[in-house]
Design a protein around this ligand. Structure first.
Ligand code: ADP
Length: 500
């Protein structure tokens, strides 16, 4: 846009505090990511025992791009027979070749996987965005670099397990069944597969039905890197396929990330068996912003906490608790910042908020938006442009909510923030802890002592201070209460894959 054209556009401030209304004055030129080189086959088979094999019943299901509702490819539906085949392959590898490979060599395979992910990073990022709807900026700068980082980190531990667990002779569990969700497809695969391999286990992994593409690309990479057959098996399918893994008699451990509803089902199926399990479930994270917090920095943090990955984040900061004296100021700044977010094509490098992952989730989030209004809350959405096709929802915030509202208590898993106020630290902590979940929370203040005082009373597995949604392979991650059991990441994540 030339300078002359810019002058012709009337300046419309959104609030008395606004310096410039970027949304109407500036238009970003499209910056599409070239996706031609990321090859997608018409159909993907199951990956069992080092080979791509057809599903026993010959059934496939379609996978669509949530940004334009077009079919991308088809995945095989694994039945009980296919899962059994995968578990047998994993058992054979566990007792055979994989167990004879030295820890150092095992580590080398994992390093090789990490390096190959880095080499093919852009391809993986494109496929992740096409299949799942997340902005390419996030898959490129967050998801895929973290995937490589988790493989590098656990590769390093493979030949040092006796130092991680002094006085023990760490032994692997055996065959691990791993079931992952659709919000961070390749990253959740890395969280599961990297520590399992580092400790000498073999795996049968099931990606989520709407986002299986990068797991099958990963299977190609596993083949290319020469990992012995049967060490990693990938079976696709919906909930029933997951249940077949959970209920298979020869599986030694279940690692699950997904909804609290399915987590409870899995926990009850496993009761009375000697299978180990880790469950990483839902959340309803709160962010406590104190009057002494650096406000502009906090506003950026809140935006990242809730609108990152369309709010499809189990540890998302979906509740803002702001100290009364600064509430108006923070809410106004948030509204101004919302107006600048670009919602649209996930493959455009300017996009901040991409597509909702599936039609089903799109309907769920919309139901919560209606529910919030019915519950008497005030809804605010920016009037940004949104594509006509695909599943897009404007970043939303609700004010005038109360603690008992369902939009405050229940996990929405979308770009929806609720805003409440508090007066004292005690009240803020009370409101933070008053939900069924306990995965992650955040605190924003200028005082280190307040971070420790408040943080130590927040009941959640993760507490971020003056930041949010930051992940590191060395840090354990997991929940209290209905957010799950067990920890992933760091040395805790290793411990979950060895015998006691
Ligand atoms: P979300 O609500 O985030 O989609 P789900 O818990 O439904 O989460 O799904 C997470 C993963 O669990 C997916 O891979 C899904 O196919 C799988 N899954 C769903 N139902 C079951 C079940 N009954 N047993 C095992 N896995 C399941």
């Amino acid at each position: 846009m030339s300078n002359t054209e810019t002058k012709d556009v009337p300046y419309k401030p959104t609030s008395p505090n606004s310096k410039l209304d970027f949304a109407s004055v500036w238009e970003y030129a499209p910056a599409p990511q070239d996706s031609d080189f990321a090859e997608v086959k018409e159909k993907y088979d199951l990956f069992i025992d080092g080979k791509f094999v057809k599903p026993s019943k010959g059934r496939y299901f379609k996978s669509t791009n949530p940004a334009n509702e077009e079919v991308i490819t088809e995945f095989a539906e694994a039945t009980q027979k296919d899962v059994d085949k995968a578990v047998k392959a994993a058992r054979k590898a566990f007792e055979g070749e994989w167990s004879r490979i030295s820890a150092k060599e095992r580590g080398k395979y994992i390093y090789r996987i990490a390096r190959m992910i880095q080499e093919r990073a852009r391809e993986f990022a494109i496929l992740e965005s096409m299949d799942g709807g997340k902005p390419i900026r996030e898959s490129r700068d967050v998801d895929i670099p973290l995937v490589a980082a988790y493989f590098f980190y656990y590769a390093g531990w493979a030949d040092k397990l006796e130092y991680a667990f002094p006085g023990k002779q760490p032994e692997p569990l055996g065959v691990c069944g791993q079931i992952i969700p659709w919000n961070f497809p390749l990253l959740m695969l890395a969280w599961k597969i990297a520590p399992a391999l580092a400790t000498g286990n073999t795996v049968v992994l099931k990606p989520a039905e709407t986002t299986s593409l990068t797991a099958l690309k990963f299977a190609e990479l596993v083949k290319d890197c020469g990992l012995p057959d049967g060490v990693v098996n990938i079976v696709t399918g919906a909930g029933q396929t997951g249940a077949e893994i959970v209920n298979h008699k020869d599986v030694d451990k279940i690692a699950f990330t997904g909804s609290t509803k399915v987590g409870k089902l899995i926990q009850s199926s496993l009761a009375g068996t000697d299978k180990k399990y880790t469950l990483e479930l839902g959340g309803k994270g709160a962010m406590l912003i104190f009057e002494d917090a650096p406000i502009d920095q906090a506003v950026e943090g809140i935006i990242n906490a809730i609108y990152f990955n369309q709010g499809h984040v189990c540890c998302a900061g979906s509740r803002l608790l702001v100290q009364e004296g600064i509430a108006d100021k923070v809410i106004q700044k948030l509204k101004d910042r919302l107006a600048t977010l670009i919602v649209g094509d996930p493959l455009d490098k300017n996009t901040d908020v991409g597509a909702i992952n599936s039609k089903e989730q799109f309907e769920t989030v919309n139901k919560y938006l209606e529910l919030g209004v019915e519950e008497g809350a005030d809804i605010y959405q920016c009037d940004c442009k949104v594509p006509d096709n695909g599943y897009f929802i404007r970043p939303t915030l609700f004010t005038n909510v109360s603690q008992s509202n369902r939009i405050v208590q229940e996990e929405i898993f979308g770009p929806v923030l609720t805003v409440q106020t508090f007066r004292t630290a005690e009240e803020g902590i009370e409101k933070t802890n008053n939900t069924p979940y306990g995965l992650a929370n955040g605190v924003w203040t200028d005082k280190g002592s307040k971070i420790f005082k408040v943080g130590s009373k927040m009941r959640s597995g993760v507490i971020w201070a003056n930041t949010y949604n930051k992940f590191d392979p060395t840090s354990p991650f997991g929940g209290y209460k209905e957010s799950g059991v067990g920890r992933e990441g760091g040395m805790h994540g290793l411990a979950a894959y060895i015998k006691n």
